[in-house]
Design a binder for this molecule. Structure first.
Ligand code: ATP
Length: 439
């Protein structure tokens, strides 16, 4: 199998495949689109849900000491003062004096406009939080922010969750939800968006044990991408040097992926110390210390954070899975997703539209549908039907032919090898479930 795809046009091909096959559409397309907002189509939403479900399984269900949470997007404005976002969630911004375009100063290379070569203004700080108003009066006192990260909803709820779930330190809280950032230079498809989704887990530990837990989560998170089916050789750790560390962090590693546009951050693992809880204690006036019954000690927990983007993970999965090959003189485009995250698990086809084949194929669909996502297709040559499923990464296609009517077996064609095997219909569901797996 050839999984080499060094083509610089890969991003263009992916964008057009995503549109054509209902994976991702430009938001508000009929109005000319809105920059950096994207909509997930019927196939894309399945892929996205599968990624989120798989993260949730590995973070929440497989850890007795991690609880889930779904906090609101709008929060008390003081939260963002305490977190440091009002003051320092900024990027340096430069304007081009000639074409008026804006750029992040740290992304401009030779102090000239990357678009027209014009002269740039001095850098000034631009806050990335979206502001809106709560209630019917648009005045300063009613400003609220769309959260730029999901983490703060976890911090302000940590005692609620701990008490309600009867957890003790060390324990974690996981959350998946939307975040908003008014990025200066969004782009690269869904890599940098202004509205996106995060999967964050905040792990509360005793100070002094934070180093160990940091290492633990760093390794765990790297492993998760193996299970997701993303190639290890395309991933690496990047350690933040002293000049890169965020205001809250004692140590930080990014998991990076080699995208067609270079190595870029996929997920951040941060040791946030007691910065956040300390600040929330200060700004709210509430006691957020933890009392350890066993040792009779009271302390402010340290926090190890794992912060990943849903959309960025989805882009990684797409880029990593995309492949093209020549099959009998024709180009075959195939998304080689790990079967457990594939949007459609199985395509079911009658070989021809007569002799009772569609009826039997429909029966098979009914049998499989409660357990997996199925796509029924009876139109066009069988080869074309296979190609359509390859393009959305469907791992298995089941074909009902004339032999099926005689002996109650079907052919199962596997996406990557294109090998076909005959399987008895009464064994089919178990056969597929076993192959699809869910590590
Ligand atoms: P960058 O330096 O690239 O702006 P960041 O370091 O600010 O990113 P974090 O605040 O650590 O990013 O966010 C955690 C994760 O959330 C990122 O690893 C990424 O997967 C995702 N993420 C952050 N910003 C965006 C965005 N604008 N669009 C899509 N995903 C994002």
């Amino acid at each position: 199998m050839s999984r080499v795809q060094t083509d610089a046009k890969l991003m263009d091909k992916l964008v057009s495949l995503c549109k054509r096959r209902g994976i991702i559409f430009q938001s508000s397309e009929i109005y000319g689109g809105i920059n950096s907002c994207w909509d997930y189509g019927p196939v894309g939403v399945e892929l996205k849900n599968n990624i989120k479900r798989f993260w949730w399984k590995h973070m929440v269900y497989l850890h007795e000491n991690i609880e889930g949470l779904d906090a609101s997007i709008l929060m008390h404005p003081r939260v963002w003062e305490a977190s440091g976002h009002v003051e320092s969630f900024t990027d340096p911004l430069v304007d081009c004096k000639q074409c008026k375009r804006r750029f992040r100063a740290d992304m401009v290379e030779d102090e000239r406009c990357p678009e027209c070569g014009g002269e740039l203004t001095e850098a000034r700080q631009f806050n990335l939080m979206f502001k809106t108003y709560m209630g019917p009066v648009e005045e300063e006192a009613n400003i609220v922010y769309l959260r730029p990260e999901t983490a703060q909803g976890i911090y302000v709820n940590y005692l609620n969750v701990m008490k309600a779930a009867r957890q003790k330190i060390p324990f974690g809280i996981a959350q998946i939800g939307k975040a908003f950032r008014n990025e200066i230079t969004p782009g690269n498809f869904i890599f940098r968006m202004r509205e996106f989704e995060q999967m964050e887990m905040q792990f509360f530990v005793k100070p002094g044990t934070d180093g160990e837990w940091f290492e633990y989560w760093k390794e765990k998170r790297m492993e998760w991408y193996d299970l997701l089916g993303v190639r290890r050789e395309k991933r690496r750790f990047h350690e933040h040097g002293p000049d890169e560390l965020a205001h809250y962090a004692k140590a930080a590693f990014d998991i990076e992926y080699e995208f067609p546009f270079g190595w870029q951050e996929l997920e951040g693992i941060h040791n946030r110390t007691d910065f956040d809880l300390k600040r929330h204690m200060e700004y709210s006036g509430k006691d957020l210390t933890y009392f350890d019954e066993a040792t009779r000690e009271r302390y402010i927990p340290y926090i190890i954070e794992t912060s990943a983007g849903v959309d960025r993970t989805l882009l990684t999965v797409l880029v990593d899975a995309y492949d093209e090959e020549e099959v009998r003189g024709e180009k075959r485009v195939v998304l080689r997703f790990a079967p457990h995250i594939a949007p459609v698990k199985v395509g079911v086809f009658p070989l021809v539209k007569r002799d009772g084949m569609p009826e039997l194929a429909r029966k098979i669909v009914d049998m499989l549908r409660p357990r997996m996502t199925v796509f029924y297709d009876e139109s066009g040559a069988i080869g074309r039907r296979y190609r359509r499923q390859d393009e959305i990464g469907t791992p298995f296609c089941v074909t009902v032919d004339s032999q099926s009517l005689e002996d109650q077996t079907v052919t199962v064609r596997e996406r990557d090898s294109m090998q076909q095997e005959r399987v008895a219909i009464d064994r089919l569901r178990d056969y597929l479930e076993e192959k699809i797996g869910d590590p």
